[in-house]
Design a protein around this ligand. Structure first.
Ligand code: SF4
Length: 225
């Protein structure tokens, strides 16, 4: 029998999905530890700064099973860095779960099953990580859309006007909105949602403005939401 890889887990929790087209729905979160990036606005630095808990996939699934029928989101850190992530995805799909995967755009998504809703970041200049985007992921997004429409969502976290212009030009250059829902998320304290909404309307951009719903519901909680 092949031994399954262990997962390095930061936290498991049950909350409201806060930032995607699934926002507002109950969701089980599996936050895997470790990240290869260091974004200037990171609100999950504890996922790579604090010691992780080694867990078997079975024990993670036991937690998931306590919440039957809900969405399951794999997040981080950067979940695709862990070899066990793919096995966990396969087990969740076999259990007929709807699986969301948040990834930072630096890791290949081509081999992630199209049944998984991938929410992939394109890092903007304000993150300090703009060079991390893996260009091959553009083709992967197109192929995934051909296999399962809207199987990928592309997220831009916007800090300022420079980020907005970068995201706008990226979308137009790659005709991104034809292949995936596109999400614009303002960084709290750096750009006002109203200013971002005004720019989107002015440019008639086919994107979805999203506010981090969990930060509105639980403004004082920084983890487990
Ligand atoms: S990719 Fe995500 S977890 Fe990693 S540093 Fe950036 S915001 Fe933080």
């Amino acid at each position: 029998m092949v031994r399954e890889p262990r997962l390095q887990v930061c936290e498991l929790f049950y909350s409201i999905q806060g930032e995607s087209t699934f926002a507002g729905l109950p969701c089980v979160f599996i936050r895997l530890a470790g990240c290869n990036l260091r974004c200037s606005y990171c609100d999950a630095a504890y996922s790579y700064l604090e010691p992780a808990t080694g867990m078997t996939i079975d024990s993670v699934l036991q937690f998931v099973d306590r919440h039957p029928g809900t969405l399951v989101e794999l997040t981080g850190g950067e979940p695709l860095l862990q070899p066990g992530c793919r096995r966990l995805i396969d087990r969740l799909l076999a259990a007929k779960r709807t699986v969301l995967l948040e990834t930072n755009g630096s890791q290949p998504i081509a081999s992630v099953p199209a049944a998984v809703r991938v929410i992939i970041d394109v890092k903007c200049p304000g993150s300090g990580m703009v060079q991390s985007w893996l260009q091959d992921n553009l083709e992967a997004i197109r192929l995934r859309a051909a296999a399962v429409p809207a199987s990928t969502e592309v997220k831009f976290v916007i800090s300022d006007e420079e980020d907005y212009l970068y995201a706008r030009d990226f979308i137009r250059k790659h005709d991104l909105a034809s292949h995936a829902p596109v999400l614009f998320s303002p960084v709290r304290g750096r750009i006002s949602p109203g200013d971002l909404a005004g720019a989107i309307l002015e440019d008639h951009l086919p994107v979805r403005l999203q506010l981090q719903m969990h930060t509105v519901i639980w403004p004082d909680k920084t983890r487990g939401v």
